[in-house]
Design a protein around this ligand. Sequence first.
Ligand SMILES: [Zn+2]
Length: 393
Amino acid sequence: MTQHVATRCNACGTAAPRTFFEVPDIPVLVCALWPDADSARACPKGDLQLTYCANCGAIENQAFDAERVVYTDQYENSLHFSEFFQGYVRDLAQGIVARFSPSGGTVVEIGSGDGQFLELMTELGDCRGVGFDPSYDRDAPDELDGGRVRFVREYFDESQKALGADLVVCRQVLEHVPDPGAMLRSVRAALTPESAVVFEVPNALYTLEAPSLWDVIYEHVTYWSAGSLARLFAACGYDVTGSETTYADQFVAIDARPSASDQGSIGVAVDDLAHLTGAVELFSAAWRETIAGWHEELAARAARGERVALWGTGARGVNFLNIADPTGSIAQVVDINPRKHGKHVPGTGQQVARPEDLKANPPDLVVVMNPNYLDEIQTSLNDMGLHPEVRCA
Ligand SMILES: [Zn+2]
C-alpha cells in the first residue's frame, strides 16, 4: 500500500501524528451492495492508515481519498428494521426534546437520510423540521406532514443562516467528512447565538477497547472520543454544554452552543486523553490477534465440514467478511432488511439471503456482529427451530 505521511494533525495542528494501524485494500463503501457477485468482488477499494494525535486525541485515516467514496442509491444502512435500534432512536429523540424544548421552533437535521428521525423529532418536540441531505432520494416526497417536515438536497452551511435554526442535530455524519473542523465552523456560521447543536458519532474508545475492530471502515475518516470531540468543538468556536456515551457506550453524543468567541469552552468533564493514548497502544496488537484467531477458527471449521453463517450485513458484517474471512469460507450471509436480499457483499461477493433461508442448510455457527442484537437473533433462530452456536465477532 502507498504510505501517506501526515505532517500535522487536522484537528489541532500539532506536528506529525503517529501511524498506529494499517490495512490495505478494503471496500471503500461497506454499505453498498452489488447486483451480482463479479461486480461485488471488483468493487472500489482503498487503504486504511490510522494516525493518532497525542496532543488532542484525534484519530484520522491518512489514506482516505474522498474521490473514491461516491455515495449512491446502492447505499443502504438503515437500521430501522431492528426493534432494539428503534427503541434507542426514540429514547435519543425524547432526550434531545427534554434538554432543548424545541416546541414551536425549527429543528435542522444534517444528513437526514430517509427522514424518519427528523419526523420523530418534530412529533415529539412539536416543532418544524428541515432535513439537509444531498443524497435524499430524488423520488421521495419533498415534504411530510403537511409541510411540517421538509427536505433540502444540499449541504447545510453558512448560506442557511436565514433559516434561523433553533436546534441542529447531526448523527453519524461528522466521521465521514474529510475536514470536520471546516464543517463545524461552517455550521456555526449558520447559527444564531441562541441555537444549539447535538452531534453523535461512533465512540472511538469503544472501537479501540472492545476492541470493536469491525467498526474501522474506509468511510470513516476520523474517530472521536468524548474528550477529543469536545476539544474539536471548542477549537471550532463552540461552548460544549453536554456529553454522554449512548447506545451501550458505542456512540458519543455532544451538546454545544456557538461561543461568542472563536475559541470556545468545555463545560463538562471529558478528560480522557491518557485513557485514549493507552487504548491506541493496545489496539494494534489486539487487532492482529483477533484476525489470526478467526483465520484459524474458520479454517478449522471448514476442515470439519461445518457450516458458518453471518447474520447482519451492515458495515461491521461486510468488514468482517473481507478481513476475517478473505477465502470465503462463510457461505451463508443473511440480513433482516428486505432491501438487501438477493444483492451481493462488496469485496467477497456472497449473496445476501433472508434469515428463514438458513432453515434449508442449518448452520453450525452463526456469527453476529453487534452484541446489542444477540438476544433478538437468538430468539429468531429459536423460533425457526434452529439451535446453532451463536457468537459475537
Ligand atoms: Zn491533534
